[in-house]
Design a protein around this ligand. Structure first.
Ligand code: 4AD
Ligand code: MG
Length: 480
């Protein structure tokens, strides 16, 4: 008989049909004549209650059924008498597919710490928390493609292996097939990369932007959605070595058009989650409230997860310049009382996440878009302002997260771009293809990068980025 998903079964309002379900046992209770199994197949956070009449034969089988075991159940849908669900399944046939020895199976029907669950990431999908997170992650992936598709953007697959350092930060993972114990050398004693697989030095990409720009110079509006890799040694709750990024790039957009798109996209995605992932969000919202109770009063959130999501959908983001933000931070009580780990004294310093969060959570109490950063702290490709000191950058800052989006209007002037590349000693020869877009039919254009896991942190209310990607890659950790 065809398998029916539990999410479908639980929606039923008519009863009496005999159906087949398959899933994993969450809990089992057996009394003298009747057994109850809560079955979950991942299609919803809710379990299906299976009611089994206990005969001696069934009793023997049930003794082998424990949390984590997999079952096929055939049974009749009946209206539930207990509270909670309105439908349950009266079992007529039960088949044990795979046992889970309770002495070895690490998941028990109780709350496990997130740290512990990270160590068993191969099994953590089977918890309510992680199945909710990964159903939402899927929904957000779909919503991102839908948002851009509905606007006529073209999805471009940019390369994972690249010869260029898009962000110029030099935090790249090298890709090579050379034998580290037997490296070929040039006459000057350097490594001879002409003998490497690609005949040159290659790395895992830190961003699809540069290639995305090439496509935008013909298709007008494109976006990438792919994995990116950064070998920065920052072991924080917001950094991964492998993360996913969404990078739209639009011809004929200036920085204001860019900000409008970023704001519209973020509100669309949050609204999509509220409308399509309600049960999972309610579960995570409750979970977060309980987590908050463990914290000292002054560190607790003033809004629940769902309230915060609704707040972002319903309020315009605050827009201001870097210079205005520095003034606010410099004159803030937090700065004067020495509450920042990095005191704000001078124009020109990069903002730390504590400063970004101060602006968002304490000062404006809503998402913020900062523009016009000092050129020294931003990438070479950003459009230079007339003042000669700032560039048309934009960072979107979110509560709990800090920077969720980084982007800019791009420098479309060939000579200005070239002189910035030279100033920063970026190998000009390797950038010939990027420069040529400014030589042939150049146009004003803009784009940004949304860190997908940062978005997921915000949507789910989880506090560690390791808990919103199935298998996190962080310094000294590439298990699974
Ligand atoms: O600000 P970033 O470095 O910008 C770029 O890479 C541009 N090429 C984007 C563009 O204009 N097309 O990174 C963009 C976003 C950040 O705002 C952050 O959300 C996320 O990517 N991000 C990370 N997320 C997780 N772990 C890391 N190590 C991250 N580094 C950046
Ligand atoms: Mg950035």
């Amino acid at each position: 008989m065809k398998r029916i998903k539990i999410s479908e079964v639980l929606k039923r309002t008519t009863f009496g049909e005999v159906i087949t379900v398959m899933g994993w046992v969450r809990t089992k209770r057996v009394s003298k004549n009747v057994g109850f199994i809560a079955l979950n197949d991942g299609s919803t956070i809710n379990n299906l209650q299976v009611v089994i009449e206990v005969t001696p034969e069934i009793d023997e089988l049930l003794s082998k059924v424990h949390t984590g075991a997999s079952l096929i159940i055939i049974g009749k849908t009946v209206e539930s008498v207990g509270s909670g669900q309105q439908v349950e399944l009266l079992c007529s046939n039960i088949q044990l597919l795979g046992q889970a020895n309770p002495d070895e199976y690490p998941l028990q029907p109780k709350r496990h710490s997130l740290e512990f669950l990270r160590e068993i990431a191969h099994l953590r999908f089977r918890t309510n928390t992680f199945s909710a997170v990964f159903r939402i992650r899927h929904a957000m992936t779909f919503a991102i493609h839908k948002f851009f598709n509905d606007k006529g953007f073209c999805n471009i697959h940019t390369p994972i292996i690249t010869g260029s350092d898009a962000e110029g930060a030099g935090e790249m993972f090298q890709v090579t097939t050379l034998d580290p114990l037997n490296l070929p050398k040039t006459e000057e004693g350097k490594i001879d990369y002409t003998q490497d697989f690609f005949g040159k030095v290659t790395n895992l990409t830190v961003s699809g932007q540069l290639e995305g720009e090439l496509a935008a110079m013909a298709l007008s509006e494109i976006y990438t959605f792919g994995p990116t890799f950064r070998a920065e040694n920052s072991n924080t709750a917001r950094h991964l070595a492998e993360f996913w990024m969404i990078e739209p790039e639009m011809a004929f957009y200036d920085i204001n058009d860019n900000m409008d798109l970023a704001e519209e996209m973020l509100q669309y995605l949050v609204k999509y989650a509220l409308e399509n992932c309600r049960e999972d969000l309610e579960f995570l919202s409750k979970r977060r409230e309980e987590e908050q109770k463990q914290k000292p009063q002054n560190e607790r959130d003033d809004m629940s997860l769902i309230e915060r999501l609704e707040f972002v959908v319903n309020n315009k983001f605050e827009r201001l310049t870097y210079t205005e933000a520095i003034d606010i931070l410099k004159n803030s009580n937090a700065n004067k009382k020495g509450q920042f780990a990095y005191p704000v004294n001078n124009w020109g310093t990069d903002l730390q996440s504590e400063h970004e969060r101060y602006l968002v959570e304490k000062h404006f109490k809503k998402p913020v878009i900062l523009t016009n950063y000092p050129k020294e702290i931003k990438a070479f490709y950003m459009k230079q302002n007339e003042d000669g000191t700032t560039v048309r950058a934009m960072d979107v800052l979110f509560p709990q997260i800090g920077e969720i989006i980084g982007g800019s209007q791009r420098e479309e002037d060939y000579n200005k771009l070239l002189s910035r590349i030279q100033e920063l000693h970026i190998p000009e020869k390797e950038m010939w293809w990027y420069l040529e877009t400014r030589k042939f039919g150049t146009v004003p254009h803009s784009g940004y990068g949304l860190g997908f896991e940062r978005l997921m942190l915000f949507i789910t209310g989880m506090s560690n980025i390791r808990d919103v990607i199935p298998f996190p890659r962080t310094p000294k950790n590439a298990e699974f």
